[in-house]
Design a protein around this ligand. Structure first.
Ligand code: S3P
Length: 176
């Protein structure tokens, strides 16, 4: 099986932008689990939360991760996850059992908040800024503990991608 690189981080930390670019540079397959779910369900994430509930979304998220990790064949796969993905121990197990490399894109809360505050993300609509800050702090501890490597995403996406590649050692990826 090919190498799997999982990007995690809070909402608005830049996982999708960086992930897409990273996959392009590595000539890897790219999966954004939120986009995957929306395509499969033919429904937006806010509508899935509204009509089916968060628990239903979390179950879809688990299947999306499982498929992303298991269906790559010999190819390297880059997976941009939703901010809540690694809060589920089953997902953490999938990641560790498959030997995935987990990259935590660490971005200051204020920067994330600036990016997400006007979005229609269900968690943003349901919580105040201070509640989101508390969620950020709580998740930061979990991402930091679970990740293989943590990078500050305060530079241009191109630079962040180059930093990720130098840290995760592209030679070992190409050999797999
Ligand atoms: C969520 C983050 C979102 C999306 C859903 C739930 C979360 O993805 O999966 O709205 O629990 O943090 P992004 O992190 O890409 O915004």
């Amino acid at each position: 099986m090919g190498k799997v690189i999982i990007l995690c981080g809070f909402m608005g930390s830049g996982k999708t932008t960086v992930g897409r670019l990273l996959a392009k540079k590595l000539l890897a397959r790219f999966i954004d689990t939120d986009e995957y779910i929306e395509q499969q369900q033919k429904m937006s994430i806010p509508n899935i939360f509204k009509e089916k509930g968060e628990q239903y979304f979390r179950a879809l998220e688990h299947v999306a991760l499982q498929n992303a990790v298991e269906e790559g064949g010999p190819l390297t796969t880059v997976v941009a996850t939703g901010g809540g993905m690694l809060m589920d121990p089953d997902n953490v197990r999938t990641v560790s059992e498959n030997g995935c490399t987990v990259v935590y894109l660490s971005t200051d809360f204020e920067i994330c908040y600036e990016r997400i505050s006007k979005s229609n993300r269900p968690l943003v609509l349901q919580h105040t800024k201070e509640e989101l800050r508390a969620l950020y702090e709580e998740r930061h501890k979990i991402y930091s503990k679970l990740c293989t490597t943590q990078l500050y995403n305060h530079q241009k996406p191109d630079t962040v991608v180059d930093n990720i590649i130098s840290v995760i050692n592209p030679l070992s990826i190409q050999k797999l």
